[in-house]
Write a new protein. Structure first.
Length: 478
């Protein structure tokens, strides 16, 4: 295992991010520019994310399916906004099997078109609705600037595609799935997020409107952590998907789509990581606790490992993910450092002196506190400690966000804050795309979303001074 040093976060945030990924062996660059290799430690986080989300999708009535990677190019042309939005980043296959294809194939940048082409055959009557389908897959959106997990040409995600009989049902679904994403971010990732609606300029290409959850990263920038789109009848009209209503009339179907990707691993690193490496919230950690036995003499070794064996039984019974690091070629200190870099939430140290006192030492990854605990009912103690760590990671992230959130009514303060510690700027906005664009040009900040629970409040647009009824969030973003 190669030693890797992590640049201090305060020194160079971007290098720190790359170093953390290398130190924890989460991902590598690929031979093809823009692509990434997800290593086992990184993939283990994704698997945990998948399990949690998949269970929530099924609880809300969705089923998984799989649609092809290749989409006939003509499909993308059918929805005007959609093709315009995706054309610049689409990869196209023109040759296969040694000859030129009759029709070029697009590698899916998202699957609305190919899925709605099937829905035409699957939906005839109101009895076929709602149709609630999700797919786990990879996506290609051509990208030359690689930022592992955050910006890559190929990434993994899930995309939900649902069909409904009424606009109300579609809207309800769009909001429901935004809520699922929020719950996932907050309960599993320990990441507080703000639910809101995207502006016209920032919405998904082909959507009627888009909602997002937005999170604050450790450098004060925003990250869009998940999106849910109300597609209205745009795709059913493009693919001619009609159904017979209860009254016997024929109508176009209403659609939604929603997605969350491996970008969330980048979010996890940036929201919780520190100078010692990544910090994985217990609920997403495959290894939740690592046990480091400490011994010098052979008779100590035997006694300590016997005790550790007993712990292993308790952890199994309590459903705790654990690892016993009894490698003899490395010192305990080396191992402590190693597991910190890998973000394991809790470490247990146990040596001959601890055995005499019937205790172990617990070392938390999040605040690096060490406490002694009894060996009796250790499984239960560890379970409680993991819950505490999960909660305090969320609380810390929330406090950080609050500390870096500002209500700003003076545009001259904008760049001062953004060039400093950064953060979320809650400002009045008149609703015009022109003001939004000008602010972006002058400050590189975009409107992250129009928060769903932002209270009505009279004010003046931060840019033009026109009347505004509520505040929106401006921030620089990943
Ligand atoms: Zn304005």
């Amino acid at each position: 295992m190669a030693e890797s040093k992590i640049t201090k976060r305060s020194e160079d945030y971007s290098r720190w991010y790359t170093d953390v990924i290398a130190a924890a062996e989460l991902a590598d660059y690929a031979p093809v520019k823009g692509c990434m290799i997800i290593r086992p430690n990184g993939y283990a986080i994704w698997e945990k994310m998948q399990q949690a989300l998949d269970a929530m999708f099924k609880e809300t009535g969705h089923q998984n399916a799989y649609f092809p990677l290749f989409i006939p190019e003509s499909f993308l042309q059918k929805e005007a906004e959609h093709v315009e939005g995706f054309a610049p980043e689409v990869a196209v296959v023109t040759h296969a099997g040694g000859s030129k294809l009759e029709e070029a194939l697009v590698i899916r940048p998202t699957s609305e078109t190919i899925i709605w082409n099937s829905y035409r055959n699957w939906i005839q009557s109101y009895r076929d609705l709602p149709l609630l389908i999700n797919q786990w897959c990879n996506i290609v959106r051509w990208e030359m600037r690689t930022r592992l997990f955050l910006r890559t040409a190929e990434f993994l995600w899930q995309e939900g595609h649902t069909a409904h009989a009424t606009p109300e049902d579609a809207e309800e679904e769009t909001v429901r799935m935004l809520g699922v994403y929020r719950r996932f971010a907050e309960e599993y990732m320990a990441l507080p997020v703000i639910e809101g609606r995207k502006t016209e300029k920032e919405k998904f290409a082909g959507a009627q409107h888009t909602y997002s959850i937005e999170a604050m990263m450790g450098d004060g920038k925003a990250l869009q952590a998940g999106t849910s789109h109300n597609l209205g009848q745009n795709f059913s009209k493009a693919f001619d998907v009609m159904f017979q209503t209860e009254k016997g009339t024929r109508e176009y179907v209403y659609a939604t789509s929603w997605g969350l990707s491996t970008r969330m691993i980048g979010a996890l690193i940036m929201a919780h990581g520190d100078d010692n490496g990544i910090m994985i919230p217990p609920k997403l950690a495959a290894i939740q606790v690592v046990v480091v036995p400490i011994f010098r003499k052979p008779e100590e070794r035997e006694r300590v490992l016997k005790a550790v064996d007993n712990f292993a039984g308790q952890f199994k019974a309590a459903g705790i993910g654990f690892k016993i690091d009894d490698r003899e070629q490395h010192s305990p200190g080396w191992k402590f450092n190693e597991w910190e870099k890998r973000g394991v939430p809790l470490r247990i140290e146990v040596g001959p002196k601890d055995l005499e006192k019937n205790q172990v030492m617990l070392a938390r990854r999040d605040n690096r506190e060490k406490t002694a605990a009894s060996q009796d009912s250790l499984g239960q103690t560890v379970r409680q400690m993991l819950d505490t760590i999960q909660t305090s990671m969320f609380e810390r992230a929330r406090e950080f966000r609050e500390k870096h959130s500002y209500r700003i009514d003076d545009y001259s303060k904008f760049n001062e804050i953004l060039d400093g510690d950064g953060g979320f700027l809650w400002c009045h906005w008149c609703g015009s795309g022109e003001c939004e664009e000008k602010v972006k040009e002058e400050t590189k900040a975009t409107i992250r979303n129009i928060p769903r629970d932002s209270p009505a409040e009279e004010g003046k647009c931060i840019k033009c001074g026109a009347r505004s009824e509520r505040r929106v969030i401006f921030a620089r973003a990943y």
